[in-house]
Design a binder for this molecule. Structure first.
Ligand SMILES: Cc1ncc(COP(=O)(O)O)c(C=O)c1O
Length: 352
């Protein structure tokens, strides 16, 4: 089954094989060496000198870990869809003082409103979803970063779960305090590890915030990483080994810029096709580079389409939540080739 959903994604056979290697201990020099290499390559992709730590868990664990470890005063959640809303739910679950600024499904973060909220001086942490997978909208971080850089006391958490590895996110240039992501999307690995880069300001804040969680305590995680490049609890060792292997592939075999370019080509191809036969859900300037949401202007029976595609070996993605039958999504991320994408799109055409 080929997964054309917006994550999890197809994982290359060599990677799957690599994951079946015999295990090593989590308190060994080998695992520290693996972590060092992982950090080195993630820093190259993120274009940062900040420490980069892992957390065994899905992407949500990093969302929760960063929120519960960093909010001292109040957090503003800037949401454009289901995953932005999740930050709000997490903040509530930890009884944090939180405001949600919701721009609506299909919209992007409006810089003017964003600036007004930051100007209020109420917040010491904000969250921004870079690529909202539920709608296929990518926020414009270049523009937003010009605003947040004017408020250096506010820590900026960016969720790049479905874009990191498929889109250039220069952490230092953008001034991102926590860039968080996960393995199962554009990085092209199975789910199970979340990734976070931590700025100087974050390291300082970690010392100032009371501990609200044991497993998710970023202070605890960073302390052990700093000590000997290990983790407080047993990490997902097989997946760490695969991450190490895949990052080497991205940096030294495919090339970081080539990977971003390939994602752009896939996105452009999908968009042109969508515009020819349907309509893009996103305003094109904000259309995602890793997942395209298409308005079902032909009123196709998407359940039937999904069943037909399944018979051909493809997993299809409906729209998200209330948009389930009004839109559908095509994931084009990780190690997907243009050839495979074209084949899938041909199959969709044959099935309607
Ligand atoms: C943008 C975004 N944020 C958060 C999540 C949640 O990640 P996970 O399912 O890995 O916990 C997802 C998952 O699809 C996502 O796409």
């Amino acid at each position: 089954m080929k997964l054309f959903i917006p994550g999890p994604v197809d994982v290359r056979k060599d990677l799957l094989k690599y994951m079946s290697k015999p295990l090593i201990g989590h308190r060994t020099r080998e695992i520290s060496d693996i972590q060092k290499r992982i950090q080195k390559n993630l820093r190259k992709i993120m274009k940062t000198n900040n420490p980069v730590v892992l957390l065994t868990g899905s992407g949500t664990s990093a969302m929760e870990s960063s929120l519960c470890s960093l909010v001292k005063k109040k957090v503003a959640v800037f949401s454009i869809g289901a995953f932005g809303n999740r930050f709000y739910d997490i903040a509530k679950a930890h009884s944090l003082d939180v405001d949600k600024v919701f721009f609506g499904f299909g919209n992007h973060i409006e810089p003017k409103i964003f600036k007004e909220k930051l100007q209020s001086g109420l917040y010491d942490v904000i969250t921004v979803t870079h690529n909202e997978t539920s709608t296929g909208i990518m926020n414009d971080l270049k523009t937003l970063s010009k605003i947040w850089k004017q408020y250096p006391d506010v820590l900026v958490i960016v969720d790049s779960i479905s874009s990191f590895g498929g889109f250039d996110l220069p952490v230092d240039d953008l001034g991102i305090d926590v860039l968080l992501t996960a393995t199962q999307k554009s990085l092209g690995l199975p789910p199970g590890i979340a990734i976070m880069s931590l700025s100087e300001k974050v390291l300082k804040r970690l010392e100032e915030v009371e501990e609200r969680s044991y497993y998710l305590s970023l202070r605890r995680i960073y302390k052990k990483h700093k000590e000997n490049y290990q983790y407080p609890t047993t990490p997902n060792i097989s997946l760490m080994m695969a991450l190490d292997y895949q990052l080497d592939y991205i940096v030294n075999k495919e090339g970081i810029d080539n990977r971003f370019k390939r994602h752009k080509i896939l996105a452009n191809y999908t968009r042109e096709w969508a515009k020819k036969h349907f309509k893009l859900f996103a305003e094109e300037k904000y259309a995602s580079q890793t997942v395209t949401t298409i308005v079902n202007t032909k009123n196709l029976d998407l359940d039937k389409l999904s069943v037909n595609l399944k018979k051909k070996g493809y997993l299809f993605a409906h729209g998200y939540g209330p948009m389930k039958n009004k839109t559908f999504r095509i994931g084009h991320m990780a190690d997907r080739t243009l050839k495979d994408l074209k084949k899938y799109i041909k199959e969709i055409e044959k099935s309607w």
